[in-house]
Design a binder for this molecule. Sequence first.
Ligand code: BGC
Length: 372
Amino acid sequence: MSSLKSFFAVLTLTATAASSIVGAATVAVVDGVGAGQFELRNAQGMTVRLAAYGARVTSLVVPDRDGKFADVVLGYHDVEAYKTAPKKPYLGVTLGRYAGRIAGARFVLDGKEYQLSRTGGPNHGHGGVVGFDKVTWHAERTTDGVRFTYRSVDGEEGYPGNLDVSVTYSLTSDNALVIDYQATTDQPTPVNLSNHSYFNLAGEGAETVLDHVLMVRADAMLAIDEASIPTGQIVPVADTPFDFRAPRRIGDRIKDEDQQLLLGKGYDHTFVLNRASDRQPTVAATLYDPASGRLMEVLTQEPGMQVYTANFLDGILVGKSGRPYLKRSAVCLETQHFPDSPNKQSFPSTILRPGELYQTRTIYRFSTRNQL
Ligand code: BGC
């Protein structure tokens, strides 16, 4: 079999019908290059690839306004490459047990202090040294997607309680990738799950996202300190470079001499979303690439969204297209609770208790426009 043919050779295992939110998608196991990954495909030709290593999104192929398809997330063809890469900036992964930073790698819960693993410096980030991103999850096909499950055992990375987690990806007929997170625990523990896909709507490997137009429904953001930990201050975005309430180029003010931008080396901040509801996903953000016409809407039930403009990518990683992944060559829109909530009484609680169900849905929905 030619390599191209083998690359596309997929073994279609199920084809299925719609429910109220998901449309017909086929779920296949990839054969040849990229073996072991799952591929979801809908009737419009959108495909999503997923890998059990990190319960991650490895590819997301969507049309532009002329019907030309491109892969809009950074990553690799081959799962092994995620393990052997010289740097591991969480490409496409599920972040957990706690997305974002926890100051001093410690917190007190019900009067007891817990010491977490440190991830460079004195703090704890993205769930620890291994986290949910560097383990291989159990995978099972669902009717229109894949459900990944993982048991994070009591004491893992310092967290209390056995946590049973599932992340289910489904592809709808209207080009939406739906991510459903669930978790239960046998001891009180902080939980904050998110997805760390790096988007470039011009296609991964394109140089920057500075011309992408971003809208974020947030009247405020969380100020950070030198270690990128929220200070606790909730700052109105009005008259700051963080005002994306009306659609604006990401690059418009990213170079402003703004103290918060300097601390983050660009955008690397939690936006405090103006939520219509926490019971169903509502539009938190839109990202638009004027050149291709591709538009992505982000819907969530979460109170926050981390906007990270790939400030620490430096060209060392070379992705699927053979081009280096440069600083600002993507943007992550990570729906989540606020970083360091276990140490900030004023932030919405992230504590899950026995008998409770952690449940949250995020949707990345794709379409095209001639203009915004
Ligand atoms: C964080 C960044 C971090 C990046 C990848 C983002 O979620 O906010 O500070 O560098 O993940 O490592």
